[in-house]
Every structure is written in C-alpha cells, then in structure tokens.
Design a protein around this ligand. Structure first.
Ligand SMILES: C[S@@+](CC[C@H](N)C(=O)[O-])C[C@H]1O[C@@H](n2cnc3c(N)ncnc32)[C@H](O)[C@@H]1O
Length: 316
C-alpha cells in the first residue's frame, strides 16, 4: 500500500478518535455515578497530550493527534448530533457485547484480537486486565504511538502491520496466540469495510481453521460495520461516492455485498450463531434511548433512522 492510501486510512482513526472523545464526555455527563467513562477520558488525555520528542518517524502521526486534541477542547468544533449519537451507541453496544462474553466464559478463558484497533483505548481499562490475551493490530505509527504514550500491560500485545500483507500478519500473530481451548473474540470496529474482500476472506479462513482449529464454539465475532441493505442502496451509493471523492477511500464490501445474508455468508462458518442488529434497533431497545437522544439534541428522526439502520453490530 502506498503512503497516500495509508494516510487516508489512518485519517479514519482521527475522525473516530474525535467522535469517541466527544461521545465519552456526553456519556460521563449522563452516567455521573459511572467512573468508567471518567477514567477512560483521563487515559485519553494522557494519550492525546503525549509529546513525542525523540522519533521523527512518529512526528506526522503525533501532529494529527495534536490536531484532534485541539478540536476536542475547542468550543468552536461542533460535530453532527447524529454522528455523536451513533458513536455513543457504538461504544455502548461493543462494551456490552464484550462484557457479556467475559461474563459467560470468564475473562481468563478469553483472548481478544482487535483488528484496526487504532486509538481505541478500551482494553487499557481494569475490567479487561483478567483477559488471558489481548492483541491489537494496526499500522506501525498507530501502534508505536500507543505503546509510547501508555503504560505497558502484561496481557496486551501489539502487531504493527499493514493488514493487506496477510502472510506477514499471520506469521507475526501466530506466535502471540494462546490456543488451548481459548475463547477467541475477533473485534473489528469500523475496519471490515476498508479491507479488500479477498483479504477479509483469507482472514476468516485463518480464524476458522487455525486460530480456533475448527472448533466453532471457541470463535466469536464482535463486528461494527456499515452495510448495504439492498442492491443499489442509495444511502450507501452516496456514502461510497463521497468517501471516494473527498477521502480517497475504497469501501470494498459496501458496493458488492448488498444483503445481510450475503454479509453473514462471508464468515464461511455455518456453525456460528450470529446475532445481527442494526444500530437503530439497538437504540430502540435501550431503556435510556430518550435520554441519549435528548443529550445529543437529536430531533430529526427520519435522518437518524436512515443512518443508524445502515450500521450493524454483529455478535457470534
Ligand atoms: C475507522 S478506524 C477505527 C479505529 C478503532 N477500531 C475505533 O473504532 O475507534 C480504522 C482503523 O483501521 C486501521 N486500518 C485500516 N486498514 C488497515 C490496514 N490495511 N492495515 C492496518 N491498519 C488498518 C486504521 O489505521 C484505523 O486505525
């Protein structure tokens, strides 16, 4: 991948980071008794304020992080209420999926592989410290910055890579895996849509056959991804065209996979039981939905429904 393509993909993490911080601030104002979001925000402060003085390699990446830092502190930077709400729902739903799995199998029996982990700091939280093994994968700049800016944790390992180079990724990842009867969660939060379909296919084979040695009961996915709901889905067509035109991003699966059944067939594992919800249905089922909508000052429900219906949370 050339440096231009890489930089465009890294930029998606800067947008994600900015939205995540704005959303965490809102969540901590809503759930004042919950220290989790407050502690996570403290960690983000440390991450955002890390001054890399030694490495010229990291300076471009660190500059982008500083820009996000300024934006999240400025009163002038406003985000679309719908984007903030979507990010809050994404955070809540993924936390819930991971927590349910930890409760069900016990954290000591779990390893998590976070593909395209980027600036997601959730695994730094104490509640994940009992997980047996956590491996985060992303481009080298993102991994190096994270490792330098945050304290090391015994159970967290990193793979700095271009995920397109699948053979290299597999050979770096394999020695870090814990195999024996370990429940393995594959986390892909806003990542799968950026992977070429044949590369994603090869990863699914690797997860099925090598990581969990064909024991489907040990393989679990937590995926958050945009999806097309029909052929020529106009929302998705506009989204893909805009991302191509303004961000130079290719959305490989979005134009080619246009039903949820076809999306689920990608995982090539008939034994997996999938729970697939879109974000609108997830929000509708929450007791606190009115509070969340109000907090984000959302009053345009048609637009909200259209956007949220095109994002899925997949659990297996
Ligand atoms: C939209 S961001 C999501 C980050 C994080 N998972 C989150 O939800 O906040 C996508 C991430 O995938 C990473 N990524 C995309 N394509 C990649 C590739 N080919 N190799 C390594 N990382 C990649 C980007 O660097 C970025 O950190």
């Amino acid at each position: 991948m050339n440096s231009f393509e890489k930089s465009n993909l890294q930029q998606t993490d800067m947008q994600s980071l900015q939205s995540r911080i704005l959303s965490l601030k809102k969540l901590s104002s809503l759930y004042t008794g919950n220290q989790e979001y407050t502690n996570l925000l403290k960690l983000y402060k440390k991450y955002l304020n890390y001054k890399d003085t030694s490495s010229p390699f990291l300076s471009v990446f660190a500059k982008k992080i500083r820009k996000v830092n300024r934006a999240t502190q400025s009163q002038l930077v406003q985000e679309s209420p719908i984007i903030t709400l979507g990010t809050m729902l994404r955070i809540l739903s993924i936390d819930q999926s991971l927590e349910e799995k930890m409760l069900k199998y016990g954290p000591e029996n779990i390893q998590i592989l976070s593909f395209g982990a980027g600036s997601d700091l959730r695994f730094q939280q104490d509640k994940y410290s009992k997980c047996s093994n956590i491996i985060e994968l992303d481009f080298k700049e993102s991994i190096d910055y994270k490792q330098k800016s945050l304290p090391a944790k015994n159970n967290i390992k990193y793979v700095a890579c271009d995920l397109i180079n699948i053979d290299e990724v597999i050979s770096s990842l394999t020695p870090l895996l814990q195999k024996k009867h370990m429940h393995t969660i594959i986390l892909m939060e806003c990542l799968l849509c950026y992977l070429p379909i044949n590369i994603a296919d090869a990863y699914f084979d690797f997860f099925n056959n090598v990581v969990t040695e064909n024991k489907s009961e040990l393989l679990h996915y937590v995926i958050y991804d945009p999806v097309a709901l029909s052929k020529n889905d106009s929302f998705i067509n506009i989204m893909c065209d805009n991302l191509q035109k303004f961000n130079n991003l290719q959305m490989y699966s979005l134009k080619n996979i246009d039903t949820i059944d076809d999306y689920l067939a990608r995982f090539k594992n008939k034994d997996l039981k999938f729970d697939c919800k879109n974000l609108w249905d997830y929000a509708a089922a929450r007791d606190d939905k009115q509070k969340l909508f109000k907090l984000c000052l959302v009053d345009e429900f048609e637009e909200l429904k259209l956007l949220l219906s095109h994002y899925i949370i997949l659990n297996s």
